[in-house]
Design a protein around this ligand. Sequence first.
Ligand SMILES: *[C@@H]1O[C@H](CO)[C@@H](O)[C@H](O)[C@H]1NC(C)=O
Ligand SMILES: *[C@@H]1O[C@H](CO)[C@@H](O)[C@H](O)[C@H]1NC(C)=O
Ligand SMILES: *[C@@H]1O[C@H](CO)[C@@H](O)[C@H](O)[C@H]1NC(C)=O
Length: 377
Amino acid sequence: MARFLLIVLILLCSLSSRIESSSNAGGTKQLRFNRKKGEFKILQVADMHYADGRKTPCEDVLPKQIAHCTDLNTSVFINRMIQAEKPDLIVFTGDNIFGFDATDAVASMNAAFAPAIASGIPWAAVLGNHDQESTLSRKGVMKYIVGMKHTLSQFNPGGFDVIDGFGNYNLEVHGVEGSGFMNKSILNLYFLDSGDYSTVPSIPGYGWIKPSQQFWFQQTSKKLRKSFKAPGLAYFHIPLPEYANFDKSNFTGVRQEGISSASVNSGFFTTLVGAGDVKAVFTGHDHINDFCGELTGIHLCYAGGFGYHAYGKAGWSRRARVVAVSLEKGSHGDWGAVKSIKTWKRLDDKKLTAIDGQVLWSQHSSGSRRKKPIPRV
Ligand SMILES: *[C@@H]1O[C@H](CO)[C@@H](O)[C@H](O)[C@H]1NC(C)=O
Ligand SMILES: *[C@@H]1O[C@H](CO)[C@@H](O)[C@H](O)[C@H]1NC(C)=O
Ligand SMILES: *[C@@H]1O[C@H](CO)[C@@H](O)[C@H](O)[C@H]1NC(C)=O
Protein backbone atom coordinates (compact mmCIF):
# COMPACT_ATOMS: atom_id res chain seq x y z
CA MET A 1 0.00 0.00 0.00
CA ALA A 2 2.74 2.42 1.01
CA ARG A 3 4.62 1.54 -2.14
CA PHE A 4 1.54 2.14 -4.25
CA LEU A 5 1.04 5.55 -2.62
CA LEU A 6 4.67 6.36 -3.24
CA ILE A 7 4.32 5.55 -6.94
CA VAL A 8 1.16 7.64 -7.16
CA LEU A 9 2.94 10.47 -5.41
CA ILE A 10 5.91 10.31 -7.77
CA LEU A 11 3.56 10.23 -10.78
CA LEU A 12 1.63 13.20 -9.43
CA CYS A 13 4.82 15.15 -8.76
CA SER A 14 6.28 14.55 -12.20
CA LEU A 15 2.91 15.40 -13.75
CA SER A 16 2.56 18.62 -11.82
CA SER A 17 6.13 19.70 -12.49
CA ARG A 18 5.56 19.02 -16.17
CA ILE A 19 2.43 21.17 -16.09
CA GLU A 20 4.34 23.93 -14.29
CA SER A 21 7.09 23.97 -16.87
CA SER A 22 4.97 23.60 -20.00
CA SER A 23 2.89 26.56 -19.13
CA ASN A 24 1.28 27.26 -22.46
CA ALA A 25 -0.72 24.21 -23.55
CA GLY A 26 -3.75 25.08 -21.42
CA GLY A 27 -1.52 24.24 -18.46
CA THR A 28 -0.91 26.09 -15.26
CA LYS A 29 -2.18 29.49 -14.38
CA GLN A 30 -0.03 29.22 -11.31
CA LEU A 31 1.97 32.25 -10.45
CA ARG A 32 3.01 32.83 -6.88
CA PHE A 33 4.10 35.65 -4.60
CA ASN A 34 7.76 35.72 -3.71
CA ARG A 35 8.33 34.44 -0.18
CA LYS A 36 11.36 36.58 0.65
CA LYS A 37 9.80 39.91 -0.17
CA GLY A 38 6.11 39.07 0.03
CA GLU A 39 5.79 40.77 -3.33
CA PHE A 40 4.79 40.19 -6.94
CA LYS A 41 6.20 42.53 -9.53
CA ILE A 42 4.99 43.04 -13.09
CA LEU A 43 6.88 44.79 -15.87
CA GLN A 44 4.63 46.21 -18.60
CA VAL A 45 6.13 46.66 -22.05
CA ALA A 46 3.83 48.65 -24.33
CA ASP A 47 4.20 49.11 -28.08
CA MET A 48 7.57 47.59 -28.91
CA HIS A 49 6.69 48.00 -32.62
CA TYR A 50 9.41 45.49 -33.48
CA ALA A 51 10.07 44.89 -37.18
CA ASP A 52 13.29 43.56 -38.78
CA GLY A 53 15.81 44.06 -35.98
CA ARG A 54 19.08 45.74 -36.90
CA LYS A 55 17.68 46.71 -40.32
CA THR A 56 14.82 48.69 -38.83
CA PRO A 57 15.61 52.29 -37.89
CA CYS A 58 14.29 54.20 -34.88
CA GLU A 59 11.59 56.81 -35.13
CA ASP A 60 11.39 60.14 -33.35
CA VAL A 61 14.83 60.20 -31.78
CA LEU A 62 17.14 63.23 -31.74
CA PRO A 63 19.03 63.91 -35.02
CA LYS A 64 22.33 62.87 -33.41
CA GLN A 65 20.79 59.52 -32.34
CA ILE A 66 19.43 58.44 -35.73
CA ALA A 67 22.61 56.92 -37.17
CA HIS A 68 23.05 54.31 -34.44
CA CYS A 69 19.51 53.39 -33.47
CA THR A 70 17.50 50.32 -34.51
CA ASP A 71 15.08 47.74 -33.09
CA LEU A 72 18.09 46.36 -31.23
CA ASN A 73 17.87 49.38 -28.92
CA THR A 74 14.42 48.12 -27.93
CA SER A 75 15.95 44.72 -27.07
CA VAL A 76 18.70 46.36 -25.02
CA PHE A 77 16.10 48.39 -23.13
CA ILE A 78 14.11 45.26 -22.20
CA ASN A 79 17.25 43.54 -20.99
CA ARG A 80 18.16 46.51 -18.83
CA MET A 81 14.63 46.68 -17.38
CA ILE A 82 14.69 42.98 -16.54
CA GLN A 83 18.08 43.37 -14.84
CA ALA A 84 16.98 46.42 -12.88
CA GLU A 85 13.56 45.26 -11.70
CA LYS A 86 13.77 41.45 -11.73
CA PRO A 87 10.02 41.20 -12.33
CA ASP A 88 7.97 38.08 -11.60
CA LEU A 89 5.98 38.55 -14.82
CA ILE A 90 6.49 40.54 -18.01
CA VAL A 91 3.35 41.73 -19.79
CA PHE A 92 3.43 42.89 -23.41
CA THR A 93 0.35 45.00 -24.09
CA GLY A 94 0.20 44.82 -27.87
CA ASP A 95 1.75 46.29 -30.99
CA ASN A 96 4.52 43.94 -29.97
CA ILE A 97 5.50 43.89 -33.62
CA PHE A 98 4.79 46.58 -36.17
CA GLY A 99 3.52 44.18 -38.81
CA PHE A 100 3.53 46.71 -41.62
CA ASP A 101 7.35 46.86 -41.55
CA ALA A 102 8.05 43.27 -40.47
CA THR A 103 9.14 41.06 -43.39
CA ASP A 104 8.25 37.90 -41.48
CA ALA A 105 5.91 37.94 -38.47
CA VAL A 106 7.50 34.84 -36.90
CA ALA A 107 11.06 36.16 -37.16
CA SER A 108 9.93 39.51 -35.79
CA MET A 109 8.14 37.97 -32.81
CA ASN A 110 11.07 35.66 -32.11
CA ALA A 111 13.35 38.68 -31.93
CA ALA A 112 10.90 40.88 -30.03
CA PHE A 113 10.24 38.37 -27.24
CA ALA A 114 13.79 36.97 -27.16
CA PRO A 115 14.97 38.99 -24.13
CA ALA A 116 11.94 37.88 -22.10
CA ILE A 117 12.45 34.26 -23.13
CA ALA A 118 16.17 34.37 -22.38
CA SER A 119 15.47 35.71 -18.89
CA GLY A 120 13.38 32.65 -18.06
CA ILE A 121 10.76 34.90 -16.43
CA PRO A 122 7.14 34.02 -17.26
CA TRP A 123 5.58 36.42 -19.72
CA ALA A 124 2.16 37.17 -21.14
CA ALA A 125 1.11 39.08 -24.24
CA VAL A 126 -2.00 40.55 -25.79
CA LEU A 127 -2.48 41.91 -29.30
CA GLY A 128 -2.54 45.51 -30.45
CA ASN A 129 -3.80 46.85 -33.75
CA HIS A 130 -0.53 46.37 -35.70
CA ASP A 131 0.47 42.79 -34.81
CA GLN A 132 -1.46 41.22 -37.72
CA GLU A 133 -0.13 43.46 -40.51
CA SER A 134 2.74 41.18 -41.55
CA THR A 135 2.66 37.54 -42.75
CA LEU A 136 0.22 36.20 -40.12
CA SER A 137 -3.43 36.90 -39.31
CA ARG A 138 -4.48 37.99 -35.79
CA LYS A 139 -5.43 34.42 -35.08
CA GLY A 140 -2.10 33.20 -36.46
CA VAL A 141 -0.12 35.68 -34.38
CA MET A 142 -1.84 34.68 -31.13
CA LYS A 143 -1.53 30.97 -31.97
CA TYR A 144 2.19 31.47 -32.48
CA ILE A 145 2.63 33.44 -29.23
CA VAL A 146 0.97 30.78 -27.04
CA GLY A 147 3.47 28.21 -28.33
CA MET A 148 6.52 30.28 -27.41
CA LYS A 149 8.84 29.43 -24.55
CA HIS A 150 8.04 30.54 -20.99
CA THR A 151 4.83 32.29 -21.98
CA LEU A 152 1.62 32.03 -19.97
CA SER A 153 -0.34 33.60 -22.82
CA GLN A 154 -3.43 31.68 -23.82
CA PHE A 155 -5.37 31.66 -27.05
CA ASN A 156 -8.85 31.97 -25.58
CA PRO A 157 -10.70 30.57 -22.56
CA GLY A 158 -11.94 27.01 -22.68
CA GLY A 159 -15.68 26.53 -22.22
CA PHE A 160 -16.55 29.73 -24.07
CA ASP A 161 -17.52 28.71 -27.59
CA VAL A 162 -18.09 32.17 -28.85
CA ILE A 163 -15.75 34.91 -27.84
CA ASP A 164 -14.50 37.81 -29.92
CA GLY A 165 -10.79 38.32 -30.48
CA PHE A 166 -7.72 36.22 -29.79
CA GLY A 167 -5.86 36.13 -26.50
CA ASN A 168 -8.55 36.64 -23.84
CA TYR A 169 -7.43 34.89 -20.65
CA ASN A 170 -6.76 35.28 -16.95
CA LEU A 171 -3.91 34.34 -14.64
CA GLU A 172 -4.06 33.67 -10.92
CA VAL A 173 -1.30 34.68 -8.54
CA HIS A 174 -1.33 32.49 -5.46
CA GLY A 175 -0.12 33.36 -1.97
CA VAL A 176 3.33 32.55 -0.64
CA GLU A 177 4.23 28.85 -0.55
CA GLY A 178 3.59 27.48 2.92
CA SER A 179 1.35 30.38 3.98
CA GLY A 180 -2.38 30.15 4.63
CA PHE A 181 -2.96 31.64 1.18
CA MET A 182 -0.81 29.21 -0.77
CA ASN A 183 -3.77 27.56 -2.50
CA LYS A 184 -5.71 30.75 -3.16
CA SER A 185 -5.49 33.28 -5.91
CA ILE A 186 -4.90 36.53 -4.04
CA LEU A 187 -4.22 38.60 -7.17
CA ASN A 188 -6.17 38.12 -10.40
CA LEU A 189 -4.81 39.21 -13.74
CA TYR A 190 -7.06 39.66 -16.77
CA PHE A 191 -5.83 39.95 -20.35
CA LEU A 192 -8.12 40.98 -23.19
CA ASP A 193 -7.95 41.54 -26.92
CA SER A 194 -9.17 45.09 -27.45
CA GLY A 195 -9.25 44.49 -31.20
CA ASP A 196 -7.72 46.39 -34.07
CA TYR A 197 -10.18 48.33 -36.18
CA SER A 198 -13.94 48.55 -36.32
CA THR A 199 -15.50 46.17 -38.84
CA VAL A 200 -18.82 47.98 -38.66
CA PRO A 201 -18.96 50.30 -41.70
CA SER A 202 -20.98 52.99 -39.94
CA ILE A 203 -18.54 53.10 -36.99
CA PRO A 204 -15.10 54.49 -37.84
CA GLY A 205 -11.86 53.95 -35.96
CA TYR A 206 -10.37 51.44 -33.55
CA GLY A 207 -11.81 48.22 -32.16
CA TRP A 208 -13.34 47.70 -28.72
CA ILE A 209 -13.95 45.04 -26.07
CA LYS A 210 -17.08 43.17 -27.19
CA PRO A 211 -20.03 41.92 -25.10
CA SER A 212 -18.80 38.30 -25.43
CA GLN A 213 -15.48 39.25 -23.84
CA GLN A 214 -17.20 41.25 -21.11
CA PHE A 215 -19.44 38.27 -20.37
CA TRP A 216 -16.37 36.06 -20.05
CA PHE A 217 -14.76 38.63 -17.74
CA GLN A 218 -17.90 38.84 -15.58
CA GLN A 219 -18.17 35.07 -15.25
CA THR A 220 -14.49 34.64 -14.49
CA SER A 221 -14.38 37.46 -11.97
CA LYS A 222 -17.52 36.16 -10.23
CA LYS A 223 -16.12 32.65 -9.97
CA LEU A 224 -12.82 33.91 -8.58
CA ARG A 225 -14.49 36.25 -6.10
CA LYS A 226 -16.56 33.37 -4.77
CA SER A 227 -13.45 31.64 -3.42
CA PHE A 228 -11.57 34.79 -2.36
CA LYS A 229 -12.09 38.53 -2.78
CA ALA A 230 -8.74 39.27 -4.39
CA PRO A 231 -7.89 42.55 -6.11
CA GLY A 232 -7.45 42.35 -9.87
CA LEU A 233 -5.51 44.09 -12.64
CA ALA A 234 -6.50 44.22 -16.32
CA TYR A 235 -4.16 44.50 -19.30
CA PHE A 236 -5.05 45.29 -22.90
CA HIS A 237 -3.96 47.55 -25.76
CA ILE A 238 -6.48 50.25 -26.65
CA PRO A 239 -7.46 52.70 -23.88
CA LEU A 240 -11.09 52.88 -22.77
CA PRO A 241 -13.01 56.08 -23.63
CA GLU A 242 -12.97 56.89 -19.88
CA TYR A 243 -9.25 57.68 -20.16
CA ALA A 244 -10.44 61.03 -21.52
CA ASN A 245 -11.96 61.96 -18.12
CA PHE A 246 -8.74 63.31 -16.68
CA ASP A 247 -6.58 66.38 -16.85
CA LYS A 248 -3.37 67.55 -15.15
CA SER A 249 -5.27 68.19 -11.92
CA ASN A 250 -6.20 64.56 -11.42
CA PHE A 251 -3.63 62.30 -13.06
CA THR A 252 0.01 61.42 -12.47
CA GLY A 253 2.19 61.53 -15.59
CA VAL A 254 1.62 63.33 -18.87
CA ARG A 255 -0.92 63.58 -21.66
CA GLN A 256 0.74 64.80 -24.85
CA GLU A 257 -1.71 63.47 -27.42
CA GLY A 258 -5.40 62.62 -27.71
CA ILE A 259 -6.95 59.45 -26.27
CA SER A 260 -7.19 57.06 -29.23
CA SER A 261 -9.94 54.81 -27.95
CA ALA A 262 -12.77 53.41 -30.07
CA SER A 263 -15.30 55.94 -31.29
CA VAL A 264 -18.02 54.06 -29.39
CA ASN A 265 -18.14 53.09 -25.71
CA SER A 266 -18.81 49.36 -25.37
CA GLY A 267 -19.26 49.63 -21.61
CA PHE A 268 -16.29 47.69 -20.35
CA PHE A 269 -15.48 50.32 -17.74
CA THR A 270 -19.00 49.99 -16.33
CA THR A 271 -18.60 46.22 -16.35
CA LEU A 272 -15.35 46.58 -14.38
CA VAL A 273 -16.99 48.87 -11.83
CA GLY A 274 -19.86 46.41 -11.48
CA ALA A 275 -17.56 43.45 -10.84
CA GLY A 276 -15.57 45.48 -8.32
CA ASP A 277 -12.37 43.45 -8.20
CA VAL A 278 -10.23 45.20 -10.82
CA LYS A 279 -8.36 48.10 -9.19
CA ALA A 280 -6.33 49.22 -12.19
CA VAL A 281 -6.32 48.96 -15.98
CA PHE A 282 -3.10 49.12 -18.01
CA THR A 283 -2.98 49.93 -21.72
CA GLY A 284 -0.61 51.27 -24.34
CA HIS A 285 -1.49 52.47 -27.86
CA ASP A 286 -0.93 56.18 -27.23
CA HIS A 287 2.86 56.25 -26.98
CA ILE A 288 3.35 59.74 -25.62
CA ASN A 289 0.70 59.54 -22.91
CA ASP A 290 1.95 57.84 -19.76
CA PHE A 291 -0.47 58.89 -17.02
CA CYS A 292 -2.50 57.09 -14.39
CA GLY A 293 -5.76 58.58 -13.13
CA GLU A 294 -8.48 57.26 -10.84
CA LEU A 295 -12.14 57.16 -11.74
CA THR A 296 -14.73 55.52 -9.44
CA GLY A 297 -12.07 53.53 -7.58
CA ILE A 298 -10.34 52.21 -10.69
CA HIS A 299 -7.01 53.55 -11.92
CA LEU A 300 -6.70 53.92 -15.67
CA CYS A 301 -3.04 53.80 -16.65
CA TYR A 302 -0.85 54.07 -19.71
CA ALA A 303 2.62 52.59 -19.78
CA GLY A 304 4.11 55.09 -22.26
CA GLY A 305 5.79 53.90 -25.46
CA PHE A 306 8.64 51.40 -25.11
CA GLY A 307 9.82 50.64 -28.64
CA TYR A 308 12.23 52.67 -30.75
CA HIS A 309 10.51 51.90 -34.05
CA ALA A 310 7.27 53.29 -32.61
CA TYR A 311 6.36 56.94 -32.98
CA GLY A 312 7.37 58.93 -29.92
CA LYS A 313 8.79 62.29 -29.10
CA ALA A 314 12.45 63.01 -29.75
CA GLY A 315 14.19 63.81 -26.47
CA TRP A 316 11.35 62.28 -24.43
CA SER A 317 12.68 58.92 -23.18
CA ARG A 318 11.10 55.60 -24.06
CA ARG A 319 9.69 54.08 -20.89
CA ALA A 320 8.09 51.14 -19.13
CA ARG A 321 5.65 50.72 -16.25
CA VAL A 322 6.25 48.57 -13.21
CA VAL A 323 3.57 47.39 -10.78
CA ALA A 324 4.55 46.00 -7.38
CA VAL A 325 1.94 44.19 -5.32
CA SER A 326 2.85 43.76 -1.64
CA LEU A 327 1.44 41.40 0.96
CA GLU A 328 0.61 42.11 4.56
CA LYS A 329 2.49 40.34 7.27
CA GLY A 330 0.49 38.47 9.90
CA SER A 331 1.17 38.61 13.63
CA HIS A 332 3.15 35.36 13.39
CA GLY A 333 5.39 36.75 10.67
CA ASP A 334 3.70 34.80 7.89
CA TRP A 335 2.58 36.43 4.66
CA GLY A 336 -1.11 37.19 4.20
CA ALA A 337 -3.25 38.70 1.46
CA VAL A 338 -2.54 41.80 -0.65
CA LYS A 339 -1.79 44.95 1.31
CA SER A 340 -1.03 47.44 -1.44
CA ILE A 341 -0.52 47.92 -5.16
CA LYS A 342 2.07 50.49 -6.23
CA THR A 343 3.36 51.63 -9.60
CA TRP A 344 6.17 53.68 -11.12
CA LYS A 345 7.81 54.09 -14.51
CA ARG A 346 11.42 53.85 -15.60
CA LEU A 347 12.97 55.87 -18.38
CA ASP A 348 15.47 54.51 -20.88
CA ASP A 349 18.22 56.91 -19.80
CA LYS A 350 21.63 56.15 -18.32
CA LYS A 351 20.29 55.42 -14.85
CA LEU A 352 16.89 54.00 -15.84
CA THR A 353 15.45 56.84 -13.76
CA ALA A 354 12.31 55.87 -11.85
CA ILE A 355 9.51 58.45 -11.92
CA ASP A 356 5.89 59.02 -10.91
CA GLY A 357 5.64 56.52 -8.06
CA GLN A 358 2.10 56.22 -6.75
CA VAL A 359 -0.15 53.92 -4.75
CA LEU A 360 -2.95 52.47 -6.89
CA TRP A 361 -4.74 50.61 -4.14
CA SER A 362 -4.31 49.74 -0.53
CA GLN A 363 -6.37 47.47 1.61
CA HIS A 364 -6.60 49.93 4.44
CA SER A 365 -7.67 52.95 2.46
CA SER A 366 -10.49 51.06 0.76
CA GLY A 367 -11.54 48.37 3.23
CA SER A 368 -11.38 49.95 6.65
CA ARG A 369 -12.48 53.44 5.74
CA ARG A 370 -16.02 52.26 5.23
CA LYS A 371 -16.13 50.29 8.47
CA LYS A 372 -15.24 53.25 10.69
CA PRO A 373 -18.27 54.93 12.23
CA ILE A 374 -19.01 58.38 10.88
CA PRO A 375 -17.91 60.85 13.58
CA ARG A 376 -20.64 63.05 15.03
CA VAL A 377 -20.05 66.75 15.11
C1 LIG B 1 21.13 52.62 -29.50
O1 LIG B 1 22.15 51.66 -29.31
C2 LIG B 1 23.43 52.12 -29.75
C3 LIG B 1 24.37 50.95 -29.68
O2 LIG B 1 24.45 50.44 -28.38
C4 LIG B 1 23.84 53.29 -28.89
O3 LIG B 1 25.11 53.77 -29.30
C5 LIG B 1 22.82 54.39 -29.03
O4 LIG B 1 23.10 55.45 -28.14
C6 LIG B 1 21.41 53.87 -28.70
N1 LIG B 1 20.45 54.91 -29.03
C7 LIG B 1 19.49 55.33 -28.20
C8 LIG B 1 18.57 56.38 -28.71
O5 LIG B 1 19.36 54.86 -27.10
C1 LIG C 1 -2.59 23.54 0.01
O1 LIG C 1 -2.64 22.37 -0.80
C2 LIG C 1 -1.65 21.41 -0.45
C3 LIG C 1 -1.72 20.28 -1.46
O2 LIG C 1 -3.04 19.90 -1.69
C4 LIG C 1 -1.88 20.95 0.99
O3 LIG C 1 -0.89 20.03 1.35
C5 LIG C 1 -1.82 22.16 1.91
O4 LIG C 1 -2.12 21.76 3.24
C6 LIG C 1 -2.78 23.23 1.45
N1 LIG C 1 -2.53 24.39 2.28
C7 LIG C 1 -3.47 25.25 2.67
C8 LIG C 1 -3.04 26.36 3.56
O5 LIG C 1 -4.63 25.17 2.30
C1 LIG D 1 -10.51 65.96 -13.30
O1 LIG D 1 -10.63 67.37 -13.15
C2 LIG D 1 -11.40 68.01 -14.15
C3 LIG D 1 -11.42 69.50 -13.86
O2 LIG D 1 -10.14 70.02 -13.83
C4 LIG D 1 -12.82 67.47 -14.15
O3 LIG D 1 -13.52 68.03 -15.24
C5 LIG D 1 -12.80 65.97 -14.27
O4 LIG D 1 -14.11 65.46 -14.13
C6 LIG D 1 -11.90 65.35 -13.22
N1 LIG D 1 -11.84 63.92 -13.45
C7 LIG D 1 -11.96 63.03 -12.50
C8 LIG D 1 -11.92 61.60 -12.91
O5 LIG D 1 -12.12 63.30 -11.34
